[in-house]
Design a protein around this ligand. Structure first.
Ligand code: NAD
Ligand code: ZN
Length: 336
């Protein structure tokens, strides 16, 4: 059982904010836990895993697939993991997504905890209870909703995070600012990545702000029937590009955001396109890709958010105010 000494709480989730991973031993029964992590994190932080049964996966999006889930399940059986087991994903979004997925199906569901180790997982992937795996070119095609029992934020992990991964996370931070928070947009316009990397207080405040934005949306609409769809801003195109062109998630989202603001300009009259593009540029994120429109369109058509002959696109009215606009598929084909 997980002890209740959370810093804040939503739904059934205890959030332990700014706490060392070593304090996990006080929150859970170590013998009941199985940690799932990847080889990079394991190599960097081996001592932190010493007390735990640990499953170490190969790193990378290409391993976020059913075959990896099967191999985790086999190892859980070898550990005699039962329904009281607590699975803890320690890693980036790939690890939190696949750990959440296995925790929801193993023995019809076991307890789940996350220790996000990338900025992206801290401000996005570990929050909100969506999990899943990829199937072929299709991102997150299989999965479900399962809120973790706890999320522990230990910012020490960010010390070893490569520059590229920092940039990736800012695609989602810029997304949050665009759809919900004009003041945050201004803040990140004024600052830059180096500032956040070297100013712990500002970084922690930034992470907290982004968690609150995502939680605020998720709490209103856990199962994505309405408001939560706003979080897909930039993601419709991004998901198609991501697996077709082996792009990182953040880079794909950045290109998707750039596309969505240009589309907004045409459809809602949004007039801050250049400010968004400049901000993506400022954080060294790509805003263009020379993609093959017909290939992308084929994948888009299968997008899980498709409703009959139209795609529900998230567009901006202004910075901080997003809307969902259904766009006919034929129209999208022309716009790509
Ligand atoms: N479920 C959700 O709501 C949600 C939201 C956003 C993204 N995602 C998913 O998250 C994934 C992307 O997440 P990600 O970028 O964190 O990917 P990732 O898990 O692949 O991590 C990126 C890389 O950083 C390494 N790494 C992780 N932590 C490190 C650390 N502290 N120091 C050094 N290296 C470290 C990893 O080994 C990996 O090579 C995608 O699969 C995406 O679909 C899910
Ligand atoms: Zn995303």
């Amino acid at each position: 059982m997980i002890k209740q000494t959370y810093l804040f709480k939503y739904s059934a989730t205890n959030i332990f904010f700014n706490m060392p991973i070593s304090s996990l031993t006080k929150l859970v029964d170590v013998k009941q836990c199985v940690i799932i992590t990847d080889e990079n994190i394991f190599a960097l932080y081996k001592v932190k895993f010493k007390k735990y049964n640990t499953i170490v996966l190969k790193a990378g999006e290409e391993y976020k697939v059913q075959q990896t889930a099967d191999s985790i399940i086999k190892q859980l059986l070898e550990f005699d993991a039962d329904r009281n087991t607590i699975l803890i994903g320690v890693g980036g979004g790939v690890i939190t997504d696949i750990t959440g997925y296995v925790a929801s199906i193993y023995k019809r569901g076991v307890q789940l905890g996350f220790v996000p180790t990338t900025l992206l997982a801290m401000i996005d992937a570990s929050i909100g209870g969506k999990n899943g795996i990829d199937v072929g070119h299709y991102k997150n095609m299989v999965g479900c909703f399962k809120q973790p029992n706890f999320i522990l934020f230990d910012f020490l992990f960010l010390k070893t995070l490569p520059q590229k991964q920092w940039q990736q996370a800012f695609a989602e931070i810029i997304k949050h600012a665009c759809i919900k928070d004009a003041a945050l947009f201004k803040e990140i316009q004024i600052n830059n990545l180096q500032f956040y990397r070297s100013n712990k207080k500002a970084l922690i405040a930034l992470i907290e702000k982004n968690i609150v934005i995502k939680l605020g949306i998720v709490q209103k609409d856990e199962l994505e029937n309405g408001e939560r769809k706003l979080l897909n801003f930039g993601h419709t195109l991004a998901h198609a590009l991501e697996n077709l062109y082996q792009l990182n998630h953040g880079n794909a989202v950045s290109i998707g955001i750039a596309f969505a603001v240009k589309l907004s300009q045409k459809i809602t009259g949004f007039n801050q396109t250049s400010a968004v593009i400049e901000l993506l540029n400022k954080y060294n994120l790509p805003v263009e890709l020379n993609y093959k429109a017909s290939k992308v369109f084929e994948v888009l058509k299968k997008d899980k958010k498709r409703n009959q002959q139209e795609l529900h696109f998230v567009l901006l009215n202004k910075i901080g105010k997003a809307v969902i606009v259904p766009i006919p598929l034929q129209e999208i084909e022309k716009l790509l």
